[in-house]
Design a protein around this ligand. Structure first.
Ligand SMILES: Cc1cc2nc3c(=O)[nH]c(=O)nc-3n(C[C@H](O)[C@H](O)[C@H](O)COP(=O)(O)O)c2cc1C
Length: 192
C-alpha cells in the first residue's frame, strides 16, 4: 500500500479474533520499532514481544487495574471499537488481543517517552502493512508497578533503570474493519 494511504487506513482495533499472529510477523514488527527515530541516536528503547494470549490477558488486566477515571476529559473514544473509557465494565486494557509488544525506555532519560512512542508508531504502521491490526496502549508505568508485574520484569531481565512507556497490541480484527476517520479541519498551516 502507498504510505499515506496506509496511514489513513490504519485504525486502533479493540475487537480481536482468537487467531495468533506468526512469530515471523512479530519479528518484523519489532524490527520496524527498532528503526524508529530515536533521541540522540541512542537506540535506548527495549521491546519485548509477548506472543502468548494468556499472558497478554494477564498483563491487560494489570493495565486496567489502576486506571484513574477521575482524570478523563469526558468524551467517548469510539462507538465501533469501544475502549475502556467507553465501557467501564471491561476487565482488560488489551481487549483480548492475542499478542502484545511492551516498549521500555530509560527511566531518567529526558526523551524516554517520545522515543517509546516513535517505536510504537513504526510498529503499528508495519503491522498494518502486514495485514495485522493493532492499538497503542498507555499506562505502561503503572501496569508493572505491583508484585506480579515486578516478577515479570525480573523474569524478562529488564534493567532496573528501565520503565514501561507503552504497549502495542497485535492481532486480527474481529468483525468489520472501521473506516477512515475524517480529520478536524483548520489545525495546520504552512508558512512560506
Ligand atoms: C499516546 C497514545 C495513547 C493511547 N492509549 C490508548 C489506550 O490506553 N487505550 C486505547 O484503547 N487506545 C489508546 N490509544 C489509541 C487511541 O485511542 C486512538 O489512536 C484514537 O482514538 C484515534 O483512533 P485511530 O487510531 O483508530 O485513528 C492511544 C493512542 C496514543 C497515540
Amino acid at each position: 500500500m502507498e504510505l499515506l494511504e496506509l496511514m489513513k487506513y490504519r485504525r486502533s482495533i479493540r475487537k480481536y479474533q482468537g487467531r495468533q499472529i506468526s512469530r515471523e510477523d512479530m519479528e518484523t514488527i519489532i524490527e520496524a520499532g527498532t528503526y524508529a527515530p530515536n533521541a540522540g541516536g541512542g537506540q535506548r528503547s527495549i521491546i519485548v514481544g509477548i506472543r502468548n494470549a494468556e499472558l497478554a490477558e494477564k498483563i491487560g488486566r494489570l493495565n486496567v487495574a489502576r486506571f484513574d477515571r477521575s482524570r478523563l476529559s469526558g468524551s467517548y473514544v469510539s462507538a465501533e471499537q469501544p475502549s475502556i473509557i467507553d465501557d467501564p465494565t471491561m476487565k482488560s486494557g488489551f481487549y483480548g488481543a492475542p499478542s502484545v509488544c511492551v516498549v521500555f525506555a530509560m527511566k531518567n532519560f529526558l526523551y524516554s517517552i517520545p522515543d517509546a512512542f516513535c517505536c510504537a508508531e513504526n510498529m503499528v504502521l508495519m503491522a498494518t502493512e502486514l495485514g495485522i491490526s493493532s492499538c497503542i496502549i498507555a499506562r505502561g508505568e503503572e501496569t508493572f508497578d505491583n508484585e506480579i508485574g515486578a516478577a515479570l520484569l525480573r523474569e524478562w531481565n529488564i534493567p532496573e533503570n528501565y520503565i514501561t512507556r507503552c504497549f502495542v497490541l497485535l492481532g486480527y480484527c474481529e468483525g468489520e474493519y472501521p473506516k477512515e476517520k475524517p480529520r478536524k479541519q483548520g489545525r495546520n498551516k504552512i508558512i512560506e
